[in-house]
Design a protein around this ligand. Sequence first.
Ligand code: 0O3
Ligand code: SF4
Length: 317
Amino acid sequence: MEQKAPLTLYLAAPRGFCAGVDRAVKIVEMALQKWGAPVYVRHEIVHNKFVVEGLRDKGAVFVEELDECPDDRPVIFSAHGVPKSVPAEARRREMIFVDATCPLVSKVHVEAERHHAAGLQMVMIGHAGHPEVLGTMGQLPEGEVLLVETVEDVTGIAPRDPARLAFITQTTLSVDDTAAIVAALQARFPAIVGPAKEDICYATTNRQAAVKAIAGRIDALLVIGAPNSSNSRRLVEVGRAAGCDYSQLVMRADQIDWRAMQGIRSVGVTAGASAPEVLVNEVIDAFRARYDVTVELVETARENVEFKVPRVLREPG
Ligand code: 0O3
Ligand code: SF4
């Protein structure tokens, strides 16, 4: 039998499910237990096909908008958050709804409201069209939130009163790119107020730091995650920026380009906040089938964050 080539697989930690994703998935599972199928879910509960398909098999029905749901079945709002108009409409239709918005996204919603109540206009740093951005911008009336995606965008915005501005951010951005955008905002609008740094969450920050810790010593980086997952895509960018030119997003093992893996001696593996650990194990097994693998865990932080599910799901009956 041909001898397998040695390969060191650096496994990033933390990786994979964050507390907000864990909670959101639990909410759908518990809603199915409580109310039976079908339970409707507005938007992918988290951006991962494997997770969505697993829940669909149990009776969840995924839709993009509330008008695709009947009045008489429960509906769950995804972890990314929703504009204010969505729960308002559900209430008007007297629907049962459970909001699976991550508490760290809701925190940004509250921040936006607080600044608005103080008479400040908002600048949001985020990606146009992303559901979290639509949800956060949708907390305030039209025109109250100006969106910037890049440092260049900062020069293009025209706030009502440059002296009365605040900024908020998407939770899954690149820590480094965001720092540059915040600096550009502060340079142009010295009076702008905002969080100490930005609103990027602990999970995003920790996963990016772990990638930075391995990127310099690997021939390739695989990030397990979906193309519509903002935090996962940021991990690929962080890998490249930190020196690993071959950094790729893969949804699961069958997307690995094995030709590109020829001759490598080391590989880094991580997973976005919405990618389940079974898919990480699947990737490791795929490497083991082809290489003589030594796994090295590179742990840059420990996480112990946990969020409770909403009370309606904890109550009996
Ligand atoms: O926001 P993102 O596209 O990264 O969403 P995912 O992949 O579902 O991951 C969970 C993050 C989230 C719900 C918003 O912070
Ligand atoms: Fe919440 Fe952060 Fe996870 Fe988003 S990535 S769901 S903000 S913990």
